[in-house]
Design a protein. Sequence first.
Length: 607
Amino acid sequence: MCGIVGYIGKKEAMPIILDGLKRLEYRGYDSAGVVVLDKTASLIKVKGRVQDLSDKLSKDKISGSYGIGHTRWATHGEPSEINAHPHFDCKKEIFVVHNGIIENYISLKEKLIQKGHKFISETDTEVIPHLIEEFFKGNLEEAVRLALREMVGAYAIAVVSLKDPDKIVFAKKSSPLIVGLGQDENFIASDAPAIIGNTKKVIYLEDNEMGVITANDFKVIDLENNKIEKEISTLEWSLEEAEKRGYPHFMFKEIMEEAEAVRNALRGRVIPEEGAVKFGGLEHIEGKLREIERITVIGMGTAYLAGHVGKYILEEYTEMPVSLENASEFRYKKSVIERNSAVIAVSQSGETADTLFAVKEAKRQGALTLGIINVVGSSIARTVDAGIYNHAGPEIGVASTKAFISQLTVFALLSVYLGRQRGMSSVMGKKIIEELNDIPKKIENLLKQSDQIKELAKKYYKHEDFFYLGRKYNYPIALEGALKLKEISYIHAEGYQAGEMKHGPIAMIDENFPCVCIVPKDSVYEKNFSGIQEIKARKGKVVAITTEGNDELNNIADDIIFIPETLEMLTPLLSIIPLQLFAYHVAVLRGNDVDKPRNLAKSVTVE
C-alpha cells in the first residue's frame, strides 16, 4: 500500500529517491521519510506529503550516493513523524523501510525489550531494525536473513547500514518489490513508476526471496542462503505514459483514455470474420478450458464489481454457472471448489493481497486459475495458471476508471472465447465483436459530455446522500457509480438493485436524497421505469442514464444523461462513464484531492 524507493550508484541519491517517491504518491499515504548514507546517515521524516519532505530537505545540503525512502499508509500507529519510515535500531546505524504487516511483532518486541532494546514508535516495523541489530555480526544481508526467519507476516523491505556500507539489502513476502538495473547504478522500488525514468530493466522478486544490490552488481538468494538465478525483464510502460499530459488530474486523464483502453484490450484478440476471440495467454490451457463446467470470479473493490458484470456476461453467453466471491471472504470461509472448476482473479495492480491469497487457496484446492491483470510481471500474474493482460497502461489515480473499463472489455471477449467453445454460433460471436469494435467511438462521443456533466455536478455537489439504482448488467454499475462518489467526494452513496427499493430503502427517499437511475432501453427497462415513478411519488430527485432517442423520461426525471445504443451486455461499458465523470466533477467542486483521496491506497497489499 505504501511506496518504497532505494538507490545506489555514483549520483546523488536524494533527488532520485524523492522523484521516485513522488511517482508513487498515487498509492495513498500519510507520511514520508528518507535516509541517505555517506560517512554518516542523514534521516529526514515528516507527517504529510512528499512535498513537505522536499521543503524540509531544502534547508540542508544532504549528500550521499545511496539511500532508501518511503511513503507510509498508517496501519499500526497514527500518522506522525515518529511513526514514519525509515525506522532504525538502538545505535541508529541500521535503517529499514517496510511495506506489509509483521503479525508477530508484539511477541518479538517483548523479547527485544527484555534484551535491552528501546522502542520509540507505535509501529510493527520498528521491530525489524532491532531484530537485525540483534543478529548483526558485520554482514548486513546475513543479519537480515536471520531476522526474516523470525518474522511472521507480509513484508517488502529495504535495509541499509553504516556498519556494512555501500549496499542495500532487500526482501519480499506477500508485498510487491522489484529491482531495477542500470549502468553503474541500481534501484529498489515497490512499483515500476518509481524507476521508469531511470531504467526499464527489472527483476521481479518472488515470495521468500531476498538479496543485495551495490552500484555495480546484484544477487538474489532464498532464506536458506541458496543463490537464485533471476530473469531480467523489460518494463513496457514509458515515463510519458505516467505523466498528466496537461490534464488537471490523473483521474480525469485516465477517464479520457478509456476509448483507447478498450481498443488496447481488443487489439490482436478478435477474429471478426470467424466471430472468434484468441488469447495468447490462454493457448497452453485451451484444452483444460474446454473441460471446465463452473467458474468462480474473485476480486476486491472496483475489480470485484467488474467481476460482477463479468458473472452476468459469462452466465448468459457460456451457459455455465458462475459465482462471484469477495476475495477476502473466499480465502477464509469454506469455499467449495468442484471438479472442472476455474477461478478468475481480477486485479488492476496484480498485487492485491486478499486476491493473491485467494488465488493461492484456489490452486491448493485444485482449481484452474486465471487472471485478468493490468500489470505485467505482478504477483498475481505470476501465480495464476494463465492470464489475460488488460494493456490499459499505468493507472495512477487511486479511484480506478480505465482499468475497470478494460476489465469489462476482457470479460466480454472471454464470453465469446468460452462461448464459442460451447456452442455459441459464429453469427452471435460476430455480432458481439462488431459491437465491441464500435464501443471506442461511442465512448469518445460520451466523453464529449464532460462539460454538461460538470454543470449537473454543480446542481448536486452539496447533497450528502445518494442512491444509485440499476438492474441486471447495470446493477454492478450502480454499485460502482456509488463507490466512485464515495471514494473521491466522501459523500454517502449506496448502490442498490432497483427492484429492492420498495423492500426497505425507499423509506429514505425525500427531496434531499437524489437517485441516480441507470435505465437504458433494455430487457428490464419497463421495470426500471416503474421504479422511477415510485421515487418521484415520494418527491425524490432523479438523475436518469438512458439510451439516446428515449424521450419517455423527459417529463419524469429531473435530469437525463444519454448514452449510445449498444448490445445489452455491453451497456456497462457506456453507462459507467457519465457516473465516473459525475463523481470526478463533484469531488473537484468540493475541493478534494481527486487523485489521492483520504484513507485510500491504490494497491492494497495488506489484508
